[in-house]
Design a protein around this ligand. Structure first.
Ligand code: UDX
Length: 458
């Protein structure tokens, strides 16, 4: 099929590359010339396992084309994916200006009936707005005989596993309009996703609004689980209970399940924080308060401070003269994404309390430099106390403690003798529960984790 993908951000790039890999001819369109230039010279602006190879292969075969040419790109697609950003407005609601601009471009340049698929995370009712924007442009051009069929096809991919999630989805949600147009769109989408729908039916057909809502409901549910586990972990700390035992004890109930039950330093990233806010906003616009979501958000904000509280409880309010190593900066492993990363709160607070900080992340160092430059703009001079280490062990040199913020695999089995030798004191604050408290005690490491009683070293 001939496909156009508007927007080469996270979702657009993965969608375009993977659809080309499935044999379609894909035009990826972006207004950002710089980004398109990078892609056309073999670069990939984001770090995502497997993506670079797929892009290279499909560019070489001519199935994947990156362009800033709106008219040519829109004219190409029988199916047009809108995969542009929906950043939060000041009031937390999703800003639809890029979605509407993409819809207008489709209306301005389409030359035959096509299907317009919304892949961006958009509030309920956006499908209708997209349809109206396209229709207005068609009427203005005197091409009112043309029509765009609207589909909502939210994306559930996780950063760091995006290619795998796209290629092996657990479900494909397709929302279509009523009537003949909807039936036709449904048929085209079925054909497009047929290669991913083998063995058992993964496509869930529904109406456009329900599909739009499903995406928010999924992210809100997952964020709720995380905040609830974080609250339980904090109580476990007070009670001397081990949250890791509790996690296994409840996860083995199939009604609960094991995933997304990990207590930590709070969720970050580009989706959960913004989608939780946007859904709460949608609810209040419709006269209903989603009370649980308000708590999910405030619990998460507090959880980003949980390691700091432990550090202050152990070392005192004033951290001047102390040096901390921070392992892991990205909001989660296998990505260089620093958006809403808990490390940003932790590093800033440590610096504000007078400490020196030595940070290391296997992939996100460059993104981290940009993020910290922004975060520290109002704290003149503090950037001088922040050192970007060349490796995990280098970050430990002369530090009073190590603070683990992201659970990169490479942090999971360090040489503890070397860790102890590098640190001034064998003191570990672990925001991701990577180690067993008893093992740490045996190794002579003072270990503070989340919701796990710390054992004094022998
Ligand atoms: C999420 C959704 O999972 C995905 O379906 C949607 O399309 C986009 O948003 P992503 O933001 O890439 O994906 O990351 P995810 O792996 O879901 O993690 C989100 C955050 O929750 C991370 O900060 C992670 O550290 C945190 N988390 C996750 C926990 O703290 N505990 C857990 O048990 C799971």
């Amino acid at each position: 099929m001939n496909i156009t993908v508007i927007g080469t951000g996270y979702v657009g790039l993965v969608t375009g590359a993977c659809l080309a890999e499935l044999g379609n001819k894909v035009f990826c369109l972006d207004v950002d010339r710089n980004k398109i230039e990078i892609l056309n010279s073999g670069g990939v602006p984001i770090y995502e396992p497997g993506l670079k190879e797929i892009i290279a292969r499909n560019r070489a075969s001519g199935r994947l084309i990156f362009s800033t040419d709106v008219a040519a790109s829109v004219a190409h697609g029988e199916v047009q994916f809108i995969a542009v950003g929906t950043p939060p407005d000041e009031d937390g609601s999703a800003d639809l200006q890029y979605v509407v601009a993409a819809a207008r471009n489709i209306g301005r340049h389409m030359e035959r009936n096509c299907i317009v698929v919304d892949k961006s995370t958009v509030p309920v009712g956006t499908g209708e707005k997209v349809k109206a924007a396209i229709r207005a442009e068609l009427e203005a051009r005197g091409r009112g005989e043309l029509d765009a069929m609207i589909v909502s096809n939210p994306e559930f991919l996780k950063e760091g596993a995006a290619v795998e999630d796209f290629m092996r989805p657990d479900r494909i949600v397709i929302g279509v309009e009523e009537g003949a147009a909807g039936a036709e769109a449904r048929e085209v989408m079925r054909e497009l996703y047929a290669p991913l729908n083998r063995n058992h039916e993964r496509i869930l057909y529904m109406d456009v609004k329900s599909a739009e809502f499903t995406k928010y409901a999924a992210n809100a549910m997952l964020a709720t689980r995380i905040s609830f586990m974080n609250e339980l972990a904090n109580l476990a700390d007070r009670l001397g209970v081990d949250i890791e035992h509790v996690r296994k004890g409840i996860g083995s109930d199939p009604r609960i399940g094991f995933s997304f039950l990990y207590a930590g330093t709070g969720y970050g990233g580009s989706c959960f924080p913004k989608d939780v806010q946007a859904l709460a906003r949608t609810a209040s616009e419709h006269g209903q308060e989603l009370e649980i979501l308000g708590s999910v958000e405030s619990v998460n904000d507090k959880q980003k401070q949980v390691l700091l509280k432990k550090i202050v409880a152990r070392l005192g309010e004033d951290l001047s003269g102390k040096t901390f190593a921070v392992w892991g900066l990205a909001f989660k492993p296998n990505t260089d994404d620093m958006r809403a990363a808990p490390s940003r709160v932790i590093v800033r607070e440590l610096l504000q309390r007078g400490a020196k900080v030595q940070v290391y992340d296997p992939v996100a160092m460059e993104e981290a430099r940009h993020a910290f430059a922004l975060d520290l703009a109002d704290l003149p001079g503090k950037e001088a106390d922040l050192h970007y280490a060349g490796g995990a062990m280098e970050a430990l040199e002369g530090a009073d403690a190590v603070v683990i913020v992201t659970e990169w695999k490479s942090f999971k089995s360090p040489d503890f003798a070397a860790v102890k030798a590098a640190l001034k004191e064998p003191l570990v604050f672990d925001g991701r529960n990577l180690f067993e408290p008893v093992t740490m005690a045996r190794l002579g490491v003072e270990y503070h984790a989340i919701g796990r009683p710390s054992k004094r070293p022998k």
